[in-house]
Design a binder for this molecule. Structure first.
Ligand SMILES: Cc1cc2nc3c(=O)[nH]c(=O)nc-3n(C[C@H](O)[C@H](O)[C@H](O)COP(=O)(O)OP(=O)(O)OC[C@H]3O[C@@H](n4cnc5c(N)ncnc54)[C@H](O)[C@@H]3O)c2cc1C
Length: 455
């Protein structure tokens, strides 16, 4: 196949993953006149925006969906949905056989970091739950066609975590258990109302106090102090005074979140053993820690916390991809700025797959742009709901753009392909698109694969 675009030498780049980072780099490369093929494992390309951000971030999610779609519909971008690299197309094959000038990994971090207690994973589904499937379930629970694992928010769940995502988990638990307790009294309150107004305020409007619900609440255990929680990052080179301010800000955020959603905190608690009864995980034995010069020091003291079940929310890591060496839980990058791999000069990486963080808010470089107020809105601690939290997305977008620019620059230094080679790759791409039923019109496809009851 040849047309005006493919009639001259140009770059032809494969991008693995079509969400925030993948769409950003695809859009940037297309602007530079490359042909870009985006392989996305899911029907919809919204990644953690759809499956990591809880569904109460309605406006933020819509805005990000539009941004991603805008970039994936640029001239020169070829979308290949329902195609998992490592399953439907081999990574090795993509790098060696297809003939792309470069391959960019933008496949995010979809595995949960393992709860660091020996034997913990033996209790998966028997008292142990991980954060990623839990939030995916929460976001899709109302869809008739949802066929993934289902979870029951219960009172008294023990959550191990500490980052922004673990606050999302405790909020889901508290909002949903309060909603169920109200429903038992014949009071139906939408999830969003509880999330935006907060539990005590909604209860008050019905003449109730939290204590009246008979709920114990869930507990968030964290191995450092509350003021160390990575909710607001200190900017690079922060003075001791600035650091103290950041820590004070974190304390205030957590106090406010605990008041509004009524969860409990257990700081300075490091998982140390499993509490098992009748072959079920019923809690965790913790070791008390202290913090010395920023380091976590385990002490001799241990204590137990029980829970109706345990959710581990201690971070996401890349899913292993056959053909890519791992170093511990991460890909064995030789250069972390560009996400380069040993012996693979045409491979680059962007987004969560390299940062290993669930969000760019945690990026130190962009911390200054992320105000305390914006985080407060993001966490739902502001009276106005989440209005204005989009400024966070702007900081995240800027970080993604910088990374995409850098990689696009490096890709540009690879030799371009002759028109026949580009045409050959695109022919193969069209075959795959046909195989998955993608007719080439992105908007049509999205309309076709979006569940009618998706929130
Ligand atoms: C203000 C803000 C705050 C946020 N906070 C959080 C947060 O707290 N927690 C959180 O989880 N997210 C959060 N996010 C979402 C965040 O944007 C993304 O996690 C981040 O931008 C990373 O995007 P990514 O494209 O690198 O990864 P992802 O969004 O994970 O996208 C990776 C894409 O690759 C696809 N993919 C994976 N493997 C393969 C494969 N083998 N073959 C083909 N396709 C594949 C996936 O389906 C997915 O579409 C936040 C976003 C914003 C804007």
């Amino acid at each position: 196949m040849t047309d005006a675009r493919t009639a001259r030498p140009r770059h032809c780049v494969a991008v693995i993953g079509g969400a925030t980072a993948g769409a950003e780099v695809a859009g940037r490369l297309a602007e530079l006149d490359a042909e870009v093929v985006v392989f996305e494992m899911n029907p919809r390309p919204y990644g953690k925006i759809e499956d990591g951000l809880p569904r109460w971030h309605k406006a933020l999610r819509r805005k990000e969906y539009e941004t991603i779609s805008g970039k994936l519909t640029r001239a020169g971008v070829h979308f290949v949905p329902n195609t998992k690299v490592g399953r439907d197309v081999g990574f090795e094959e993509l790098v060696q056989d297809w003939g792309f000038s470069a391959v960019v990994l933008a496949c995010g971090a979809w595995s949960d970091r393992a709860l660091p207690v020996e034997g913990a994973d033996d209790y998966l589904g028997r008292g142990l739950v991980y954060q990623n499937p839990f939030i995916i379930w929460f976001n899709h629970a109302g869809e008739a066609a949802y066929d993934g694992p289902r979870f029951q928010p219960e009172d008294g769940v023990l959550v191990v975590g500490g980052g922004l995502a673990s606050i999302d988990v405790v909020k889901v638990l508290m909002v949903e258990t309060a909603r169920a307790a109200l429903a038992e009294r014949g009071i139906e309150v939408p999830m969003l109302e509880l999330e935006v107004k907060g539990i005590p305020k909604v209860l008050k409007a019905h003449g109730l106090r939290f204590e009246d619900l008979g709920l114990e609440g869930c507990t968030l255990a964290y191995r450092r102090r509350v003021e160390d929680m990575p909710l607001v990052e200190a900017p690079e080179g922060a003075t001791p005074e600035r650091m103290e301010k950041v820590r004070g800000g974190r304390r205030k955020l957590i106090d406010k979140a605990m008041e509004k959603y009524r969860f409990k905190m257990e700081p300075l608690a490091m998982p140390d053993g499993l509490l098992v009864e009748d072959d079920r995980l019923v809690g965790i034995r913790f070791r008390r820690t202290r913090i010395e010069d920023g380091r976590v020091i385990p002490t001799d003291e241990t204590f137990e916390l029980r829970g109706s079940y345990v959710i581990s929310s201690i971070g996401s890591i890349p899913e292993p991809l056959p053909g890519i060496d791992m170093k511990g839980e991460l890909f064995a990058f030789t250069d972390w700025d560009f996400g380069r791999l040993e012996g693979r000069p045409t491979v680059f990486s962007v987004g969560n797959v390299v940062t290993g963080k669930g969000n760019i808010v945690a990026s130190r470089k962009h911390a200054a742009a992320v105000s305390h107020d914006a985080i407060e809105k993001f966490l739902g601690l502001d009276e106005s709901g989440h209005e204005g939290e989009e400024t966070l997305a702007d900081a995240a977008a800027e970080a993604a753009r910088e990374q995409a620019d850098r990689v696009a620059d490096a890709v540009g230094r690879q030799p371009p392909l002759d028109p026949a080679s580009v045409a050959k790759i695109l022919e193969r791409v069209h075959l795959r698109q046909n195989a998955v039923g993608y007719g080439g019109d992105y908007a049509d496809w999205i309309a076709q694969v979006t569940p009618p009851d998706l929130e």
